[in-house]
Design a protein around this ligand. Structure first.
Ligand SMILES: Nc1nc2c(c(=O)[nH]1)N[C@H]1C(S)=C(S)[C@@H](COP(=O)(O)OP(=O)(O)OC[C@H]3O[C@@H](n4cnc5c(N)ncnc54)[C@H](O)[C@@H]3O)O[C@H]1N2
Ligand code: MOO
Length: 660
């Protein structure tokens, strides 16, 4: 018993060390700012070729006038405006031509005396004595006994077609301000003033370390139980987006010595170190332990009353900040933007991110944990009453929520929910609000992705919100989406979708998905049998484990109708076809009910049971919207039909043709 390695491991894993000393977000920010100055790094000189995207380290005054001389803005003749008063087509005024031509780059030698003119090109230096230029089209020139002349057919206004020296910018005027991010436009100004290099803020070098024995880099095989390291890529990109330079130190195992060495190296080579993972209380969570040995002041915050992001750890070593983000990708990116983005931007000399906020209504209730300010990621859509914010309830472990979200709002630490119908200030994640052309809310399907892909090719922006068939229908009734894809089986009539129709809503036929019993290839308990026969024998066998579906799903209703008893595994109720297939493929279960094309995707076998109808509820009030019409046209088109058939679906059109 003493030397049992498994028990030892469990004891270590169960060790409940109270590391977290949770503080409010404000307090955490206050402590972090007090310990780490949020100021720009020193300047460095770069050539204009390397200046793009850099941040100006000083306010620059124009070193010369622009233009540097009084410059003609047309091809024509430099004149004294006073000499041209009264000139017209009928009564042109004749001026004598001076004996020089002012091409670009030619310094004038002769003065324009009264009743004379000098030929000048666009960009030429306006000569002494002249105060205007007449366009060549408004003149005629020739030669008489006295020599060459020019007839002026329209009076010139004083200053006409002359860009005076310094009229663009005058020597000594402020040209570009400190903190300006250099784009092609600013670089053009610098070059125009003759500057070959410029002093910019040194880019903060941010060391990035991912920790965890389960992590493998993208591009490699995914062994059982492993996860691709997404945090390194997300944080590196976010560092660059905010003016920093990302220095990747890769994936470090949950080993204190190896991790301490990596942190040490990162600290010596960079300005700021960001780790992710290993900050909560598990035995494998070693990151924060290393930080606790970094020396004064060491850890200044470990635990913030935020969701996602509670276990974030902020520390300082040798004057350099070290941050451990929680491992979950959504928690990692959220806490990165809360605590690291402002610091990187400040070090890079950039102003804080502008925060654009819009008001939107929450259509459904969102429960929230008491005691933590909870940030809810939302997708925005439009209803007749304004913007609607659909919560993307995917949790901290999600990598997709952040990429699909338009913004987020906060639920107060003292509230246990945000109510359906409540108004919220949504902080936008992107730079501006883009309401999609078409919103489909309801049941998700790979066939739908294919159809939406065809619409995207036409340049339409489409948002699909996976909120379940019932959720989609409810959203449609509230006027929050255009169409609601659904596969709702009515247990009483055994028919799909039509029994759920209501006033103002019609049904657009979509396609059929073959539902059936899914199992591993060659399993003799199923192979060669009918679905009904197979179920009759395996349902009562305690060693044959089912993976069920969530209550309320069409698939669950179908399965329940076929089960003579509750088989082993009945309580395992994931929410998707893919989760069912994955459980069977990974041998965590032996059988379940799912659609055929998903079963095939996982290399599983399939016994057909029924054809499920996947259709679209359409709000009649929205039928005439161009994007809805485009969707209906695409759905009925040949491209969609062949894509759907290729995916193993039976398009509704084909059914109609077959006389069904
Ligand atoms: N007993 C308790 N357990 C947990 C608590 C708690 O208070 N008590 N807090 C939970 C909360 S909240 C969060 S957030 C997580 C954060 O945990 P860690 O920072 O220790 O992260 P890990 O355990 O290392 O990983 C969590 C999760 O994220 C995946 N991960 C980690 N790194 C990466 C990466 N670079 N790329 C992609 N995914 C990554 C990892 O595989 C895990 O699935 O702790 C809760 N637990
Ligand atoms: O704080 Mo954790 O990020 O909620 O899951």
């Amino acid at each position: 018993m003493k030397d049992n390695p498994i028990l030892d491991a469990v004891r270590r894993a169960a060790r409940q060390e109270q590391f977290l000393d949770v503080v409010s977000r404000d307090e955490a920010e206050k402590r972090f700012r007090a310990a780490v100055p949020h100021v720009a790094l020193p300047a460095e000189k770069v050539t204009l070729a390397d200046a793009l995207g850099r941040v100006l380290a000083e306010t620059l005054a124009a070193p010369i006038d622009l233009p540097p001389f009084d410059r003609s803005s047309v091809d024509g003749f430099a004149v004294r405006a006073g000499d041209t008063v009264g000139a017209s087509e009928r009564t042109p005024i004749r001026l004598r031509l001076n004996a020089e031509v002012l091409a670009c780059g030619t310094a004038p030698r002769l003065t324009v005396a009264t009743s004379t003119a000098t030929a000048i090109s666009t960009g030429g230096v306006v000569p002494r004595g002249a105060d205007a230029v007449v366009m060549i089209e408004q003149t005629a020139f020739g030669e008489d006994d006295h020599g060459p002349y020019v007839d002026i057919r329209r009076p010139a206004a004083p200053g006409g077609f002359v860009a005076f020296a310094g009229s663009d910018i005058a020597r000594g005027e402020t040209m570009l301000r400190v903190g300006t991010e250099l784009t092609s436009r600013e670089i053009g100004v610098l070059a125009a003033c003759g500057l070959a290099d410029v002093r910019v803020v040194r880019r903060p070098r941010v060391g990035i370390i991912s920790t965890g024995d389960e992590l493998v880099p993208p591009g490699s095989e995914l062994p059982e139980g492993a996860i691709y390291d997404s945090n390194s890529a997300i944080t590196a990109a976010a560092v660059r987006e905010n003016g920093g330079e990302a220095v990747l130190f890769g994936i470090i195992r949950d080993d204190e010595t190896a991790l301490a060495a990596a942190v040490e190296r990162a600290l010596s080579e960079t300005d700021l170190v960001v780790l992710s993972g290993g900050t909560s209380k598990g035995a494998g969570d070693v990151s924060h332990r290393i930080l606790s040995r970094l020396g004064e002041p060491g850890i200044i915050v470990h635990g913030v009353a935020l969701k996602p992001g509670k276990p974030i750890c902020l520390a300082v070593s040798r004057g350099k900040p070290v941050v451990v983000l929680p491992g979950f990708p959504t928690s990692a990116i959220f806490t990165f933007h809360t605590f690291v983005t402002p610091l990187v931007r400040a070090m890079a000399g950039l102003p804080p991110h502008g925060e654009e906020v819009v008001e939107a209504t929450l259509p459904v209730r969102v429960p929230s944990e008491l005691g933590r300010t909870e940030y809810v990621m939302v997708s925005l859509g439009e209803s007749a009453d304004g913007l609607v914010a659909f919560p993307l309830g995917r949790g901290s472990g999600s990598v997709t929520a952040f990429s699909q979200a338009d913004g987020f709002f906060a639920v107060d630490a003292l509230a246990d929910a945000a109510d359906a119908g409540s108004e919220h200030k949504i902080q936008l994640i992107g730079s501006s609000l883009h309401v999609p052309d078409l919103v489909l809310a309801g049941s998700q399907d790979v066939g739908l992705d294919a159809v939406v892909g065809l619409l995207a090719k036409q340049g339409l922006t489409v948002r699909t919100l996976a909120i379940g068939s019932m959720g989609g229908l409810a959203a449609l009734k509230r006027g929050e989406c255009d169409l609601a894809p659904a596969h709702l089986l009515d247990p009483k009539t055994g028919t799909y979708n039509t029994p759920y129709l209501a006033d103002g809503i019609s049904l657009v036929p979509g396609w059929r998905r073959r539902q059936g019993v899914v199992f591993r290839k060659g399993d003799p308990r199923f192979e060669g049998k009918s679905a009904a026969d197979a179920i009759a024998t395996v349902a009562a066998d305690p060693d044959t484990i089912l993976v069920n579906r969530n209550a309320g799903s069409g698939t669950r209703i179908l399965l329940d109708g076929l089960l003579p008893v509750r088989p082993a595994g009945y309580a395992n109720q994931p929410k998707s076809h893919n989760a069912v297939a994955a459980a069977i493929a990974q041998e965590r279960a032996d059988w379940g009910m799912a659609i055929e094309n998903v079963a095939r995707l996982y290399g599983l076998s399939f016994l057909p049971v029924a054809d499920e109808h996947y259709d679209f509820f359409l709000a009649d009030a929205r039928r005439d919207r161009p994007a809805v019409q485009a969707f209906l046209a695409v759905l009925a088109g040949d491209d969609a039909r062949s894509l759907l058939s290729g995916l193993g679906f039976i398009p509704a059109d084909t059914l109609a043709l077959a006389g069904e």
